[in-house]
Write a protein that binds this ligand. Structure first.
Ligand SMILES: *Cc1c(COP(=O)(O)O)cnc(C)c1O
Length: 399
């Protein structure tokens, strides 16, 4: 059986090989991975469903929420604020959008709208589909950021929430959070900052001295945020956070039911039974690394990203899309070079670069473990551009 499993696993991409981007986030830190495996094993069969039974586990979840809340300047405690851990960024976004819908309905809106840039994650479209809302898509400006004027034009009586990504998945670019959140505040509606990728990156980029435009709860008008631990928090899949500036808004996402023979049932997010391991692992990683540990990893990651970005810019025939804040970027073909044809050559060389549809480009989500592969990647890219041929027109697809 195990040999069969090994054979099957070997046919899928190697998650430790650092030739895969975006789906896994290898830390390149054996000590951290050993800790994660140990904690994961200890909590593998747990259940986070009942916080009255597993009081310590619930306390660990609270501590993770508080730690991340303080990183992104959410005023906790008596000052308000609230949040929950979820199974992933999509669930965090769904919970926030449910709250936005409830708030809009409370003021009489029959079919609330989500106003989001086209670059926003599909989870917002999913939320609209699940929760009987409408998604209103906003075009991007010349720098591939949400067009603020178009956001202003789109807001109407039906608008429940406006979305800004910090930063977005397709290009690794920050939307103008301050301007978008100000529009939301002026209209008394929600503003969700999608920091699913940026949440465990931007606070540390700031701390190591990189200029980062304002994006978190320090910005007036930001009401919600999603931040994934299972991306640049390096934990296995199943850990994300949804944060609310206002404890009352958080209350709207909690489901309580008292009409059951087995007593009152409550849950803060979509899941019923919830795996304990992602919570315990998130707690362990946050405490083991601390801010200094994260900063150390982010310093190395920034160096790798800077090297890759400069290397790509120096290849004749490739051009970076917009001005990514890092460590995610996309690049298109220039002067007759077709990015997809380059991507096909890279596939043949054993890399797994994702493709963007607009603009026709390749996508790189750099993880710490890619440091060891940066030179190979650039050499293979240069060679692929030089011998690119015709594209096989591999579809741009994420899942
Ligand atoms: C990954 C991602 C999400 C969704 O998170 P999942 O964990 O895949 O559900 C949402 N927004 C952005 C910007 C992301 O990168």
């Amino acid at each position: 059986m195990i040999s069969d499993l090994e054979a099957r696993q070997a046919r899928d991409p190697d998650v430790h090989g650092a030739r895969l981007f975006g789906l896994v986030y290898p830390s390149g830190r054996p000590d951290l991975e050993a800790l994660i495996e140990d904690v994961n094993r200890r909590y593998l069969f747990g259940n986070a469903l009942n916080p009255f039974k597993f009081v310590e586990l619930a306390g660990m979840e609270r501590e993770v929420i508080d730690a991340v809340g303080s990183l992104v300047h959410l005023a906790g405690g008596d000052a308000g604020g609230g949040g929950a851990m979820t199974g992933g960024g999509t669930e965090s976004i769904l919970m926030s959008m449910l709250v936005q819908r409830e708030r809009a309905r409370a003021r009489g809106v029959a079919r609330p709208q989500i106003v989001a840039p086209v670059s926003a994650h599909p989870a917002y479209a999913k939320a609209a589909h699940y929760f009987d809302m409408d998604l209103v898509q906003i075009p991007l400006d010349a720098q591939y950021r949400a067009d603020v004027d178009a956001v202003g034009d789109a807001i109407n009586e039906q608008t429940a929430v406006v979305i800004a990504s910090a930063f977005n998945y397709p290009y690794g670019i920050m939307d103008p959070v301050t301007d978008i959140a100000a529009l939301a505040a002026d209209h008394g509606i929600g503003c969700h900052v999608d920091a699913c990728i940026g949440g465990f990156m931007l606070p540390f980029l700031e701390r190591i001295g990189q200029a980062v435009p304002p994006w978190d709860f320090r910005v007036r008008g930001v009401t919600e945020m999603s931040a994934d631990v299972h991306k640049y928090g390096y934990t296995p899949k199943g850990a994300s956070l949804v944060l609310h500036r206002d404890a009352d808004w958080f209350g709207h996402q909690v489901f309580l039911y008292d009409q059951w023979p087995s007593g009152t049932y409550g849950s803060p997010a979509m899941a019923g039974a919830r795996p304990a391991a992602p919570i315990a692992v998130a707690w362990a990683v946050v405490n083991y690394l601390g801010e200094d540990g994260f900063c150390e990893i982010v310093r190395g990651l920034r160096d790798t990203f800077t090297k890759l970005r400069a290397g790509i810019e120096s290849i004749d025939g490739l051009r970076i899309v917009g001005d990514p804040v890092g460590p995610v970027l996309s690049f298109e073909g220039d002067g007759g070079v077709d990015a997809y044809a380059v991507g096909d050559k890279m596939d043949d060389k054993g890399w797994h670069l994702n493709r963007n549809k607009t603009p026709r480009s390749l996508h790189l989500m750099v993880s710490p473990a890619h440091a060891q592969r940066a030179d190979d990647l650039l050499a293979d890219l240069a060679d692929s551009v030089a011998h690119h041929g015709d594209a096989r027109d591999t579809a741009a697809r994420y899942s």
